[in-house]
Design a protein around this ligand. Structure first.
Ligand code: KIV
Ligand code: ZN
Length: 388
């Protein structure tokens, strides 16, 4: 099994979400949770961006014992120096520096040339190496960068001392096979690629961030950059819980991670509360409906054998046990199950009679509750007694 390095950027790319701003105390607490979760690298912030972010990276560096602490910088000497200063207490510091390599960045953002950007990329890595031997280079918008030029940049930055090379699909544009081919192209065309770990950093603008990251590791990448609940710029980043569970459920892929899966749901809730960012109910692994069954066909199959409709045991990801939700789409077996859970032992005929009443209630509201069921059951039992 190949161990995939899990690089968490909840506190940097995740915190860039409008309204998610965290103070230093909150960031340190989350960093300690992330370390317990078992992530390998914590991107703690962008130290030159504000005094608050500098302080957060510094305090996280003091508090965290095992995980690598990473600080972001642009390909600017001052940025790199400030990142190094913020990381000075880190037991295992990493500087993450880089520059845009697509034509959109080279021409539109920098009004520059490929050769000039290549030179700036090499210089920033060399400068960062003066402060630590753990340097990650990012080729921003690598997703839309010509593979040939990208390969040249990657070869030169590895020669300059980069130990991880990040290939961001910054705009979430790539299709999984394209992103996978990009990684394979680098594996096959960068002569010194074995000297560095290739990292996937995918955004979710087309809902493909997780699929692209998985395509990346299948094609030779060794690190995935991700966030809890998939938080991040615009439509977000690759969601940590999704990649961890894909790797866990598909052992055939031959990958493993150091993440404690049973902490995924509790930590998802902590991050959601701290960042004041609700999780969509249908979110994979951590959404409130991720283990709920509401249609009759599914409920019947689930009650016979949970694996018919569930590929993950909720306990394995720290979620509450599966829920049988009663709606107008539910069937008799679900109704009988819920009555039984409330302590009412009705036979088949009883359930048939009660089912008609249940449908009338279910059609009038979104979900039938335990209270509704109790009322129904008591009225039915009283009537039965009178008849008897
Ligand atoms: O999306 C991106 O390209 C980034 C880089 C700064 C790594 O977040
Ligand atoms: Zn990003």
């Amino acid at each position: 099994m190949k161990k995939i390095v899990i690089f968490d950027t909840t506190l940097r790319d995740g915190e860039q979400v409008p309204g998610c701003k965290l103070n230093t105390k909150e960031k340190v607490e989350l960093a300690l949770h992330l370390e317990k979760l078992g992530v390998d690298v914590i991107e703690a912030g962008f130290p030159i961006s504000s005094p608050g972010d500098f302080a957060s990276v510094e305090e996280i560096s003091k508090a965290v014992k095992d995980a690598v602490i990473c600080g972001l910088s642009r390909a600017v000497k001052k940025d790199i120096e400030v990142a190094a200063q913020a990381l000075k207490y880190a037991k295992r510091p990493r500087i993450h520096t880089g520059i845009g390599t697509s034509d959109y960045h080279i021409k539109g953002k920098f009004n520059s040339t490929q050769d000039d950007i290549l030179e700036r990329a090499v210089q920033c890595v060399k400068w960062a190496r003066n402060f630590t031997d753990n340097v990650e280079f990012y080729a921003e918008d690598a997703g839309r960068t010509h593979n040939e030029y990208l390969a040249r940049v990657i070869e030169k930055v590895i020669a300059a001392g980069a130990t991880t090379v990040n290939i961001p699909d910054t705009t979430g544009y790539c299709l999984p096979h394209q992103y996978g081919e990009k990684i394979a192209y680098l594996v096959n065309n960068v002569p010194n690629i074995d000297k560095a770990v290739i990292s996937c950093h995918c955004h979710n603008d087309l809902g493909l961030a997780t699929a692209n990251s998985i395509a990346g590791i299948i094609n030779g990448a060794g690190q995935i950059e991700c966030t809890i609940n998939g938080l991040g710029e615009r439509a977000g980043n690759t969601s940590l819980e999704e990649v961890v569970m894909i790797i866990k459920q598909h052992k055939d892929l031959g990958f493993t991670t150091g993440v404690q899966a049973e902490m995924l749901n509790p930590l998802s809730r902590i991050v959601s509360d701290t960042m004041r960012m609700p999780v969509q109910p249908n979110k994979a692994i951590v959404g409130s409906n991720a283990f709920s069954h509401s249609s009759g066909i599914h409920q019947d199959g689930f009650l016979k054998d949970a694996q018919t409709y569930e590929i993950i045991n909720p306990a394995d990801v720290g979620a509450d046990s599966s829920k049988i939700v009663l709606t107008a789409r539910s069937g008799r077996s679900a109704l009988a199950y819920r009555f039984q859970k409330l302590g009412f032992a009705f036979d088949r005929n009883d359930v048939d009679t009660l089912y008609e009443q249940f449908l009338a209630v279910a059609d009038s509201k979104k979900e039938v509750t335990d209270e509704d069921l109790e009322t129904m059951a008591k009225q039915y039992s009283a009537k039965e007694k009178v008849i008897a």
